[in-house]
Design a protein around this ligand. Sequence first.
Ligand SMILES: NC(=O)c1ccc[n+]([C@@H]2O[C@H](COP(=O)([O-])OP(=O)(O)OC[C@H]3O[C@@H](n4cnc5c(N)ncnc54)[C@H](OP(=O)(O)O)[C@@H]3O)[C@@H](O)[C@H]2O)c1
Length: 329
Amino acid sequence: MSYTPNSSRYSEMQYRRCGKSGLKLSAISLGLWHNFGHVDQLENCSDILKLAFDRGITHFDLANNYGPPPGSAEENFGRLLKRDFSGYRDEMIISTKAGYTMWDGPYGDWGSKKYLVSSLDQSLKRLNLDYVDIFYHHRPDPETPLEETMAALDLVVRQGKALYVGISNYQPIEAARAIQLLKEFGTPCIIHQPKYSMYERWIEDGLLDLLGNEGVGCIPFSPLAQGMLTDKYLKGIPSDSRAAKAHGALQENQITEERLVQLNQLNAIAESRGQKLAQMALSWILRDDRITSVLVGASKPEQLADSLACLSNTTFSKTELDQIENILM
Ligand SMILES: NC(=O)c1ccc[n+]([C@@H]2O[C@H](COP(=O)([O-])OP(=O)(O)OC[C@H]3O[C@@H](n4cnc5c(N)ncnc54)[C@H](OP(=O)(O)O)[C@@H]3O)[C@@H](O)[C@H]2O)c1
């Protein structure tokens, strides 16, 4: 049966400006790193995407290597875009990236112009698109001159293959240089995608200040620490969870006894706020207005619905913030 999106999809979502750019993103964005590869069920992927779109999520984040196998998340997304969402491309912000190993030989990894331009061409074929909205350099390359990598981002915008560009996993000093170079090229860096959660706080040591001052947006990834910052592991490891899957990036041994004690304490604070732990973990990130959007993953539509409920309470009292800090110390 053909899909008709919910007509009130824009009424409840918040849209936040991406730095000082003209672009607004939904406060929650959906990432396709896990759960959208050829190893996954296409109809479940379709259900998650429809739920997302019905609830006002406009931003869908991919990368050349998402799957498994690498490339298959872009292929599946491209297929579903054509089948379920034809006519809605202009209501979506679709991003992809290059920077990690994608193909053999010296041109399938890191940050050369050769790699970035060819990789985006391949991504566009898999996605069945003429252009992506945001193209990222996925991680800094210690060998390629930053000028070359940023020139490649500038080039793909001038070629019409991307509307905006961003960087991911760049530390503050290298991010500052990249932002400056892109400014000089006339293709501003509009967004940075770093790892950030209650368990991963490095962006508080300079990166958020830099992005705030430069007017660059910030979209944290793995905000739930890949599912750890939810109530799912409190009573053991569910067989359908990321920690239990052979291709999941979360390892069982990361869910330590010490973590479980913390998670139970955090869960109690979430309950006192009338939230689930996952919702509180997302609200906690959105409390800072330098954050444009939070980039979540989901293996089921119900999880995404659950996460979206964080939007009804994104403010914290000083006491709550102090209690959370004490637990995380
Ligand atoms: N730029 C980069 O280098 C980089 C790196 C990593 C990720 N990313 C991006 O960030 C996106 C999100 O990363 P992530 O998937 O690690 O994010 P995450 O939101 O921290 O983890 C998502 C996982 O948490 C579980 N989950 C989600 N909502 C839940 C809920 N309400 N209740 C219980 N469990 C819930 C699910 O795990 P189960 O599978 O166990 O059900 C889901 O697959 C990626 O898809 C990608 O777009 C970027």
